[in-house]
Design a protein around this ligand. Structure first.
Ligand code: AMP
Length: 490
């Protein structure tokens, strides 16, 4: 027997009966996003990997472990240095001069990400003073390859810059709905291909606490419109880059005596991006973090004032939230406001969505010095948390029943005339008994059936039956307008 294929792990088919619910979610979300003045943008599903490395952050879990890379191994090996604009001769000469050639082969340099973690990196840094050159050697795959998008913000900021939106308008408001990809270990609510609804407000006039509040209120409004009520909104402010730096310093100091007790992931996080330790799901790490006295001491007066205004605006909009000083978010680009919405009913993967402000990302990616704020909601998680009512499946207006070969051609032509007149309809392409075709019409949820048999053919008429009331009407087969009227209105 020939081999059967299944979907790759962590992905799933969205079957026709489920698509109605998806369409409903997307329709409600689109409507609200447009009501709030956001316009849809569609960016490619893959981008240069470097875009994600530079935005989401080198030390983030996404870049470290989850990027689905499209590099062609042979190509990367052969051309890695040419592609990234480095002279391979120079690179190796430097390595040889510094005694690295014996220690490590070029292939190891490319493959061993442990270099990035260990002390080796410090020594490498002495050889290559420029961090970017070092990155290119250690992570050539990110500089030469493409990756499936793990999230939406980076692509939208790239599109904002590439299309010079800052010259067109003072504030650009985008939304997107589409698939994202992360090489995670699949489990309930955690997939390798999942879908997000997201919005971003970017531009010279995007730095307003009212816009933070709008973004948060909008994500809450979408969830409510979809019938969700049992969720919590956690809110925090990281402050600006300097405040974040202070926060990191404080954590480094406080956590130093206990850093040896962290999980291996957090040992690395402690060294490279200590804020992320607050994000860890490991119980021991959480217990350590719970013992810390974390409040808003790292915030400057200006940042504190900004956050107060965000909270005030949310109060005005009657959006309930809880200030959660340990909330940091897993992506590097956030500054100031960060938020997360979770549904306790979802168990361990309880995050419905999240977002925040990112003041420096646009300029970091080569764009103008403008602020931005946004959110992303996970559609699969929303579907898990949504009340389990039936979303009305798409119903056919009419099902045409041809009772013999002769009627079939007429029925087939009539079906197409009706479809052209905006009536949804279908028929069976195999002639069978009236009873079995009626069963099919019922299964498809047809509102009406049109019956065409020998008697109807002789008179040039059709019988139209309302499937709910059983009422029947007879009409001339050529009178499409009246037939349509009966089907749609009676
Ligand atoms: P993040 O970009 O990680 O903040 O994700 C935003 C939202 O997308 C999360 O709150 C989840 O609802 C959803 N999400 C993120 N990763 C996954 C995944 N692997 N599988 C399903 N949903 C996800």
């Amino acid at each position: 027997m020939n081999k059967k294929f299944n979907v790759p792990r962590g992905t799933s088919d969205i079957l026709p009966k489920e698509v109605f619910t998806w369409e409903y979610v997307e329709k409600e979300a689109r409507q609200l996003l447009r009501n709030y003045g956001y316009n849809e943008i569609r960016t490619p599903i893959f981008e240069k990997s470097e875009l994600f490395v530079r935005s989401v952050g080198q030390t983030s879990d996404i870049v470290q472990k989850q990027m689905l890379n499209l590099s062609f191994q042979g190509f990367v090996e052969k051309y890695q240095f040419d592609e990234i604009g480095l002279d391979s001769g120079d690179v190796f000469k430097k390595l040889i001069e510094n005694g690295w050639a014996e220690k490590i082969s070029p292939t190891q340099i490319r493959l061993k990400s442990y270099l990035f973690e260990g002390k080796v990196i410090g020594e490498m840094k002495k050889v290559f003073e420029d961090d970017e050159v070092l990155d290119k050697i250690l992570f050539p795959q990110y500089y030469t390859s493409l990756s499936l998008r793990p999230e939406g913000t980076a692509s939208i900021v790239r599109a904002y810059i590439q299309n010079n939106f800052d010259r067109l308008e003072r504030l650009s408001k985008f939304f997107y709905i589409g698939p994202m990809f992360r090489g995670e270990r699949p489990q309930k609510g955690r997939l390798r291909q999942f879908h997000q609804i997201g919005a971003e407000a970017i531009g010279p006039e995007s730095c307003s606490p009212y816009l933070d509040a709008e973004i948060i209120a909008l994500s809450v409004a979408i969830l409510k419109a979809l019938g969700l009520s049992d969720f919590n909104l956690k809110l925090n402010s990281l402050g600006d880059e300097e405040d974040k730096e202070n926060f990191s310093k404080y954590l480094k100091k406080e956590l130093k005596p206990v850093s040896g007790n962290f999980c291996s992931n957090c040992q690395r996080r402690y060294r490279l991006n200590v804020l992320r330790v607050l994000d860890c799901n490991n119980k021991d790490c959480q217990a350590i973090v719970d013992g810390l006295d974390i409040h808003d001491a790292h915030l400057s007066d200006k940042s504190r004032e900004y956050f107060k205004e965000v909270c005030g605006a949310l109060d005005r909009l009657k959006v309930s939230y809880e200030i959660f000083p340990k909330l940091v978010r897993g992506l590097d680009y956030y500054t100031h406001t960060v938020f997360e919405i979770s549904a306790p009913s979802l168990g361990s993967q309880d995050a419905l969505g999240a977002g925040g402000r990112y003041s420096n990302l646009v300029s970091q990616l080569g764009g103008p010095d403008v602020d931005a704020v946004g959110f992303a909601l996970g559609i699969e998680r929303i579907l898990l948390a949504m009340p389990k009512g039936d979303v009305e499946a798409g119903k056919l207006n009419v099902f045409i029943i041809a009772l013999d070969e002769k009627s079939f051609l007429k029925a087939f032509a009539l079906l197409h005339q009706l479809r052209d007149a905006d009536v949804s309809g279908d028929m069976s392409y195999r002639i069978s008994s009236m009873k079995s075709q009626m069963r099919l019409a019922n299964k498809k949820g047809a509102g009406h059936v049109i019956i065409l048999g020998e008697a109807e053919m002789q008179k040039g008429e059709v019988t139209i039956k309302n499937m709910e009331s059983g009422d029947q009407a007879v009409e001339s087969i050529n009178n499409i307008k009246t037939i349509k009227n009966i089907i749609l209105n009676q």
